[in-house]
Ligand binder design. Structure first.
Ligand SMILES: NCCCCNCCCNCCCN
Length: 286
């Protein structure tokens, strides 16, 4: 790694690799491990439990009998770790583009420890493929689907937030199934967040937006998509550090500064992307 690249990261770099798809960098300082893909933060080990509990458990708790789960993106295995806490789930399929990421989080002892060795579980199957193509080429249905991609900051990622993608997702849902989507920041990227909500609704799914405070990310947003409106969650696995049913219910309330704004729908031929700015706020752009 060149000195100029090292200077991009606040903490010492402990691992850097270039895969076919992206630059993968891990930093560590005072026990805080951070993953960056193409320079964009994906998690901080100090607070990732908040993000992954919020991403997984409200949606999973809303499924009556979740036997089969699918995770798209999330090659770090942290969302899979959360799903495995629910004993009702028998099988999890993880589809992540980059074999180098899933290998690192399976075989590198310190990294696999972060996901409780979830990717080595006999309940988990890891597939390395482009989720956009994989959904079109496979027919299986799932009770619970997690969408954990990086934010839609370029054309290749933007296609994973379009009506085309959400229609493909809907075709893989069982009748009472639920999709949980990481949806960028409703505060720092307000239009991009509500664009995801509008795009899910445009394909005929119910969308339940919610948000959580993740110190390393800021205020963060998620969307539950389903065929029928969902009941509020009333039960979670015992081993959580952040969520309780009462806290989860409060996350579905939006204060005025994050509330819905008029937005367009994101289509494959009209992508709305997030542009990061150095002031920490993002813009909504084409
Ligand atoms: N303020 C910058 C925050 C950037 C957060 N980027 C979102 C990453 C979403 N995917 C995370 C993958 C973790 N399993």
């Amino acid at each position: 790694m060149e000195r100029s690249e090292r200077q991009l990261y606040a903490d010492p770099v402990i691992l850097s690799r270039t895969s076919t798809y992206q630059r993968i960098v891990l930093t560590q300082a005072n026990g805080d491990v951070r993953l960056f893909l193409n320079g964009n933060l994906q998690f901080s080990s100090r607070d990732e439990y908040r993000y992954h509990e919020a991403l997984v458990h409200p949606g999973l708790a809303a499924v009556a009998a979740p036997r089969r789960a699918l995770v798209l993106g999330g090659g770090d295995g942290l969302a899979v770790r959360e799903i495995l806490k629910d004993n009702r789930v028998e099988q999890v399929t993880l589809v992540d583009l980059d074999p180098l990421v899933t290998e690192l989080f399976t075989a590198h002892e310190a990294l696999a420890a972060l996901n409780d060795h979830a990717l080595r579980s006999p309940r988990v199957t890891v597939v390395n493929a482009d989720a956009f193509v994989w959904l079109e080429e496979h027919a299986d249905r799932y009770d619970f689907i997690v969408v954990d991609f990086p934010d839609p900051s370029n054309y290749s990622l933007g296609k994973l937030y379009t009506t085309t993608f959400y229609r493909r997702l809907a075709a893989h849902l069982t009748a009472g199934g639920v999709v949980a989507i990481q949806s960028t920041s409703p505060l720092a990227a307000r239009e991009a967040f509500w664009c995801i909500v509008a795009t899910v609704r445009d394909v005929g799914l119910h969308a339940a937006p919610y948000h959580a405070a993740i110190p390393s990310f800021g205020e963060w947003g998620f969307v539950l998509a389903s065929r029928e409106p969902l009941q509020a969650p009333d039960r979670f696995p015992a081993a959580l550090r952040y969520l309780t049913p009462a806290i989860a219910r409060s996350l579905f309330e939006f204060p005025a500064d994050m509330d819905a704004v008029p937005v367009e729908v994101n289509r494959l031929n009209n992508q709305i992307l997030v542009q990061y700015h150095t002031d920490g706020w993002s813009r909504y752009a084409r």
